[in-house]
Design a protein around this ligand. Structure first.
Ligand SMILES: C[S@@+](CC[C@H](N)C(=O)[O-])C[C@H]1O[C@@H](n2cnc3c(N)ncnc32)[C@H](O)[C@@H]1O
Length: 240
């Protein structure tokens, strides 16, 4: 499918093929190639960097982390490895709107894994126990600006210690690079389409400043930071 080049001054109003109905096999192929791309472009590095720098308060039980829009679950499994390496007891939940994604994330996890996979819309989700950290990766660009502001408020209310958004950085260079790269590497057709579209639907720092302000967050309480080559992150650590 030929993409019309967006202008990059604003978030593109485009849709992604992975958000349309498709078979579980098709979705599995798409999510597997997103996970490969995550690995190649070191997508988990910003979150792990943030987790390493967090000074955790004493907790009565495990550190409870919720990953919203978990997709293939590779991000949650990476946090599991991070926590095991540091002997930090964690309770990890991967939440995704798409029940097929949740089934696929479960299939990809070792039998010994105690990650909880939940199918549901974040806005309808009430965590059964309080959550310390809410995180997401390449999820927010799937939402409208109104829903991102709502999501910021949702995280601010739910996350007892803090929250972390990892998404993409909007730019023409990244868009064209990924458009060509995904074809050369032969990534799944959905990823060849959705990768550049995701970049065009993503953000520049001013977008996050505006949306955080609209959610009632003080600019001094959030950190917006770019991570080469492709990511733009927003972090919030609540005073304890
Ligand atoms: C591009 S995938 C990201 C997957 C994974 N986090 C990663 O980093 O590769 C975005 C995911 O967000 C999910 N999603 C979209 N809207 C959602 C919502 N309202 N609540 C929960 N998940 C949602 C989609 O089903 C999709 O699996």
């Amino acid at each position: 499918m030929q993409l019309e080049t967006p202008d990059f001054c604003h978030r593109a109003q485009l849709t992604e093929r992975m958000d349309e109905p498709c078979s579980r096999d098709e979705l599995r192929g798409c999510l597997r190639d997103i996970a490969r791309t995550n690995r190649w472009f070191m997508a988990s590095r910003p979150l792990l960097h943030w987790l390493d720098a967090l000074v955790l308060p004493p907790l009565a039980g495990p550190l409870r982390i919720l990953d919203v829009g978990c997709g293939y679950g590779d991000g949650v499994r990476r946090i599991d490895q991070w926590a095991r390496a540091r002997r930090i007891p964690v309770h990890l939940t991967g939440l995704d709107l798409n029940p097929d994604a949740v089934a696929i994330a479960g299939e990809q996890s070792p039998a010994t894994s105690n990650i909880e996979w939940v199918a549901g819309d974040v806005f309808a989700y009430a965590p059964p126990e309080p959550v310390h950290l809410v995180i997401s990766s390449i999820f927010t660009h799937h939402l409208s600006e109104t829903d991102i502001i709502r999501f910021l408020g949702w995280m601010e209310r739910r996350a007892e210690i803090g929250w972390f958004i990892n998404d993409l950085s909007r730019s023409a260079i990244r868009y064209h690079f990924f458009r060509i790269f995904s074809k050369l590497v032969g990534l799944h057709p959905f990823v060849q389409h959705d990768g550049p579209v995701s970049i065009a639907r993503s953000f520049v720092p001013e977008d996050w400043q505006r949306m955080c302000a609209a959610a009632g967050l003080d600019a001094n309480d959030i950190a917006i930071r770019a991570f080469a080559p492709a990511h733009l992150c927003v972090a919030r650590r609540k005073p304890q």
